[in-house]
Design a protein around this ligand. Structure first.
Ligand code: AMP
Length: 183
């Protein structure tokens, strides 16, 4: 199963991705985690990406796309994956389609998680990541609205929307039920 998770900052994508990846038996591929690993290891890519992460800006598509392409060439993703944080722009979605198309593969479902704004703010402020200051959070929200939300239309045919409010297991249950109905 090839899935993409989309949702605003703080909606709990990472938490849900970890649960769903275990339940579905496919690897959890998080672009944010891949970037943070590069930053921690001080690789050239990490040095380039770090300044964008600090500001809450999107890392340029060619850097991001190359990193994801290499990750998706790893054999563990051959039978499926759960992408968390990629694609985040329409050009990235096109690049993903091209990567999959070369293998004769395609996405099954795009899961969108939603929650009211006040829930998102509270979750983000509790998380305490270095890029979770009020200013950077607000910036990431605007980036989501302008650059990432257009993906919801782009993927309208395979979109499954899940309300991400309540206990994490209940949210995951909702997503899994929706996926089994989506076939
Ligand atoms: P996340 O962990 O998904 O919240 O991502 C943290 C940061 O990594 C973002 O604010 C961006 O700076 C960068 N990032 C993650 N995924 C992408 C992507 N698909 N395209 C561009 N930048 C990204």
């Amino acid at each position: 199963m090839r899935l993409v998770l989309i949702g605003p900052p703080g909606v709990g994508k990472g938490t849900q991705a970890a649960i769903l990846s275990r339940r579905l038996g496919v690897p959890h591929v998080s672009s944010g985690d891949l970037f943070r690993e590069h930053v921690a290891r001080r690789t050239p890519l990490g040095r380039e990406a770090g300044r964008y992460l600090d500001k809450g800006e999107l890392v340029p598509d060619h850097v991001t796309g190359g990193m994801l392409r290499r990750r998706l060439e790893q054999p563990d993703t051959q039978r499926g994956f759960l992408l968390d944080g990629f694609p985040r722009t329409v050009p990235q979605a096109r690049e993903l389609a091209a990567i999959l198309d070369a293998d004769g593969a395609e996405l099954n479902t795009v899961l969108e998680f939603t929650a009211p704004e006040e829930v998102l703010e509270t979750r983000l402020l509790k998380r305490g990541r270095p890029d979770d200051t009020k200013e950077v959070i607000r910036y990431r929200q605007r980036v989501y609205e302008h650059r990432t939300a257009p993906l919801l239309d782009h993927y309208a045919d395979i979109l499954l929307t899940v309300e991400a409010v309540g206990p994490v297991d209940e949210i995951a249950g909702r997503a899994l039920r929706g996926l089994s109905m989506a076939g």
